[in-house]
Ligand binder design. Structure first.
Ligand SMILES: Nc1nc2c(c(=O)[nH]1)N[C@@H](CN(C=O)c1ccc(C(=O)N[C@@H](CCC(=O)O)C(=O)O)cc1)CN2
Length: 287
């Protein structure tokens, strides 16, 4: 068996084409949505992601506002920028690029954002809405990587109803919220959330219909560990000899039915879902 590819690059391209039309429709009504980014420090990967977000905005017709701050920025200085974007009418939504330098408390920053402008869906109010709302369509932004996983699967015609999904990793940007999205009634999957304290990972991997690996441990999911025919989403990122390396050993493709490559899978979907969150916010405000 060789797995079919969950092509994040092609799917993101299609989503961006759809968003371009929705942005044009907003512009016809005199509304030009704008995404803001705040980057603190000079981590090369973060800088690359932020540049990509601004390129994506230009591609679909969104305005963008870029705030780059030095590594030694204090928490108070960062909070002042957050408040500025909260008040800026040109900014429909914005993100604070993560991770932040160690001397800044990420939770304090995320909580200071206006939840109505939280383009990443990481404000506690928006995460809370995700917890509370199981049945109705979501009217608040969902975190981009988890939303990208769900969209990538559904746009490849994969129905997770009744499937056992094993999520590996309990981070607040991916592991925890992806479980909330997958257990909403419109997806109806059964989710197990594994983490570093899990003692029976081999047993769980052998049972799972779908594996979402978001641990950030290079090639930790081996070919012989998975259930034959499983669907594999490779989300974790490590850099091995300077190369982006996922959590899933590429040999696992021989035993899986579908696999998302890394790079080229969930990463491009994360970018597309950020744009979608901004467009949806603008559409909600306009209605
Ligand atoms: N505020 C946020 N910070 C971070 C998030 C996030 O969603 N919001 N996620 C990641 C970084 N990230 C976006 O910010 C991101 C990561 C990866 C990709 C991507 O397209 N990756 C490429 C490969 C890139 C490479 O070669 O280095 C791929 O998978 O094909 C996009 C966005 C952490 N921080």
């Amino acid at each position: 068996m060789t797995a079919q590819i969950l092509d994040g690059k092609a799917t993101a391209k299609q989503i961006k084409q759809e968003l371009t039309q929705r942005v044009a429709a907003l512009q016809e009504r005199g509304i030009t949505p704008g995404l803001g980014t705040i980057l603190v420090g000079d981590d090369p990967a973060s800088a690359w992601y932020v540049r990509g977000k601004h390129r994506d905005c230009a591609e679909v017709g969104l305005e963008s506002i870029r705030v780059d701050l030095p590594e030694q920025t204090t928490q108070e200085e960062l909070l002042a920028k957050v408040r500025e974007l909260n008040e800026d009418p040109a900014c429909t939504g914005y993100i604070v690029q993560l991770p932040l330098p160690k001397h800044i408390d990420q939770d304090v920053i995320l909580e200071a954002m206006d939840p109505a402008k939280d383009a990443d869906g990481l404000h506690p109010m928006n995460l809370g809405r995700l917890v509370a709302n199981v049945n109705k369509p979501l009217t608040s932004p969902a975190p981009c990587t988890p939303a990208g996983c769900v969209e990538l699967l559904s746009r490849h015609g994969l129905d997770l109803k009744g499937k056992h999904v094993l999520v590996i990793g309990r981070g607040v940007t991916i592991g925890r919220p992806v479980g909330l999205l997958l257990t909403r009634r419109d997806v109806n999957a059964t989710v197990t959330l594994a983490h570093t304290g899990t003692t029976n990972l081999p047993e769980l991997l052998a049972q799972a219909d779908v594996v979402i690996a978001a641990a950030g441990q290079a090639h930790m999911v081996k070919a012989d560990a998975i259930k034959p025919g499983a669907i594999l989403l490779d989300v974790g990122v490590s850099r091995v000899d300077g190369k982006v390396t996922g959590d899933i050993d590429p040999d696992a493709a021989q035993h899986a039915s579908w696999i998302s490559p890394n790079p080229g899978g969930v990463g491009p979907m994360t970018r597309a879902m950020l744009l979608a969150n901004v467009v949806e916010t603008a559409e909600r405000q306009a209605s």
